[in-house]
Design a protein around this ligand. Structure first.
Ligand SMILES: [Zn+2]
Length: 61
């Protein structure tokens, strides 16, 4: 089961082969072998790298 790396819930939809969308956080994330990359979705549908400066996240491990 895939869970969101931010909220750790499973309200996650698959949008690509290893690409997912969290309906709670409104972010997309890519699950790679050794890391998870999170993107914010802009109003126009484009993706921006998620800013983690304001939270203490430890991904992977
Ligand atoms: Zn989430």
């Amino acid at each position: 089961m895939v869970i969101c790396p931010l909220c750790r819930k499973n309200s996650v939809g698959k949008v690509g082969s290893n690409q997912y969308y969290c309906w709670d956080c409104f972010v997309e994330f890519l699950i790679e072998k050794d890391k998870t990359v999170i993107y914010e979705v802009c109003d126009d549908g484009s993706l921006l790298p998620y800013c983690q400066d304001n939270s203490q996240l430890t991904l992977g491990g």
